[in-house]
Ligand binder design. Structure first.
Ligand code: SAH
Ligand code: SF4
Ligand code: F3S
Length: 433
């Protein structure tokens, strides 16, 4: 009667939030189901960032709805960003959704379930909070090596293409000492690496503490060997933060620094608050202070009015910076956003596709070149699990690159020195030394 099955879409914040939801529900005498067929309640924690992310969820709902014919009591709920942005579409009878809860409403879930059972009417709770940080809930990590920790929630940046400020609400940060407690508890459970999360993680601020202070505090936990963070914004990289990163061996030398576009006019229309030159300047400063830094990025092609010539600036920045990896997307117009109101989605689909292919091909060549430069190097690899091949282990180096090597008896959570012998665009291959 009270078995819950959860499925998660979207970013790491959603992965963390799903762990919070599981903790809230198990604290209220719900149990977790392994499969949707075994569940009396199915929750999808969803993402709205691009149209295809939403399509995936609607397709999944269509499949899950069929389970209701065998199980009349089955409750289907939609959580997360789509709950917030697609309320009308989800509440319409066709979707088969009974409960809708936005990212700040998870503590209400036990009530929403109870009310639905009592009244049989669709329940929703979509209030966005200026305060909710779930700091009183320490979720159980899904993994035995890495744990996510949300340190701030929401976003105030309003990049014109992005729906996140509308689905996640305003920025708010957690008390650093509360985050420290969560980290200590994770360390006691054997976690070796924490990844600090926020929609705009480096704009973290709690009273006098900024993001650099927070990382310093967290790094005092002995058994935590590595600290990562995602996603930062260009505007919040004071020298102090770069110094703390450079000096603190536990803070991984990897920055995911979303570029979005290389052309200054497009960056202005996107409200990214930096020019092409300012982005390149920050990259130079970062490299000056941390020569071995791994840099990754996010890029959107085909933002409204982007010409072939504007797109060449994106290729130019990619060529100059040589990111180690990139997530690359076609612009997808989102409801509510400033771009959807001000700028018609005017770049033809074929143009978007051909730009994306060109970009992906260029980036693949760069990634391969950069990975091949690692051949002969020895990296400390934090073992995460088994590789695809028999007896192979998989882990990551400090720069977050995947390293596979023949098993040497090491277990998950061990640090192993691995000498790199081969490289593909995505993986480093070596053996323990
Ligand atoms: N807060 C993070 C990322 C949020 S969304 C940041 O600022 O970096 C993750 C990525 O999805 C973005 O970096 C962007 O590249 C992409 N994205 C967001 N909205 C999009 C849209 N409307 N169309 C295509 N890609 C989008
Ligand atoms: Fe979206 Fe921009 Fe906020 Fe990132 S910084 S979540 S891209 S509005
Ligand atoms: Fe998607 Fe919401 Fe994350 S829109 S990317 S799940 S913040």
């Amino acid at each position: 009667m009270n078995k819950v099955y959860m499925e998660t879409y979207g970013c790491q914040m959603n992965v963390y939030d799903s762990e919070i939801v599981k903790r809230i529900l198990t604290d209220h005498r719900f149990e977790l189901a392994e499969k949707p067929e075994e569940a009396s309640i199915i929750f999808l924690n969803t993402c709205s960032v691009r149209e295809n992310a939403q399509q995936k969820v609607f397709q999944r709902l269509h499949v899950l709805k069929k389970l209701k014919s065998n199980n009349k009591e089955l409750i289907i709920g939609v959580l997360g960003c789509m709950a917030q942005s697609m309320r009308q579409e989800l509440l319409n009878g066709k979707a088969g959704v009974d409960i809708i809860a936005g990212p700040d409403s998870y503590k209400r879930l036990p009530d929403l379930i109870e009310n639905f059972r009592l009244n049989g009417e669709k329940e929703f709770e979509l209030t966005l909070s200026e305060y909710e940080t779930y700091s009183d809930i320490f979720p159980e990590p899904d993994d035995d090596v890495n744990a996510w920790i949300a340190v701030m929630r929401g976003c105030n940046n309003f990049c014109t293409f992005c729906i996140v400020p509308y689905t996640r609400g305003r920025e708010r940060s957690r008390d650093p000492y509360n985050i420290l407690q969560e980290t200590q508890k994770l360390a006691e459970q054997g976690i070796k690496q924490v990844t600090l999360l926020g929609q705009n993680v480096n704009s973290y601020r709690y009273n006098q503490y900024d993001f650099a202070d927070l990382m310093k505090i967290i790094s005092e936990v002995d058994d935590i060997k590595r600290i990562r963070f995602t996603s930062p914004h260009h505007k919040d990289f004071p020298l102090k933060l770069l110094k703390v990163m450079a000096e603190n061996p536990k803070i991984c030398k990897h920055i995911h620094l979303p570029l979005q576009a290389g052309n200054t006019r497009i960056l202005d229309l996107m409200n990214r608050t930096y020019s092409k030159e300012e982005f390149l300047d920050l990259v130079s400063l970062i490299r000056q202070m941390m020569p071995d830094i791994t840099l990754t990025t996010d890029i959107i092609v085909g933002f409204p009015t982007e010409t072939e010539n504007d797109f060449l600036d994106t290729l130019d920045v990619i060529t100059k910076v040589e990111f180690d990896a990139a997530f690359m997307f076609k612009y997808s117009e989102r409801k509510h956003t400033i771009a959807s109101r001000k700028y018609p989605d005017d770049v033809p689909e074929e143009e978007k596709s051909s730009r994306l292919i060109e970009l992906v091909n260029l980036q693949k060549r760069i990634a391969l070149k950069k990975n091949r430069q690692h051949i002969g190097h020895i990296f400390e690899v934090l073992v995460e699990g088994k590789g695809k091949k028999p007896a192979q282990l998989l882990g990551r180096n400090d720069g977050n690159k995947i390293v596979v090597f023949p098993g040497n008896g090491a277990s998950n959570g061990d640090m192993v020195s691995v000498k790199i012998e081969e490289a593909t665009a995505n993986t480093l291959i070596g053996s323990a030394v």
